[in-house]
Design a protein around this ligand. Structure first.
Ligand SMILES: [Zn+2]
Length: 64
């Protein structure tokens, strides 16, 4: 189990496969901290959303 760097709570992991990339969102069940990774590399959410939106996917649909 992965734990939150901020509060040590449990992180929930969601994988989104898109354009041969894997976007991983980790969300803390306790403090609601969210982090993103693209193919295992930490990434900032705006960059992730831009990359998804570039392919015509509405940002609303991907902003979990
Ligand atoms: Zn946390």
């Amino acid at each position: 189990m992965t734990t939150c760097p901020r509060c040590d709570g449990e992180l929930i992991e969601i994988d989104i496969s898109h354009n041969s990339l894997t976007f991983t969102m980790q969300s803390c069940a306790r403090c609601d901290t969210r982090t993103w990774a693209v193919d295992g590399s930490p990434s900032q959410l705006p960059a992730v959303l831009r990359s998804l939106a570039d392919d015509g996917i509405p940002v609303e649909a991907t902003a979990i």
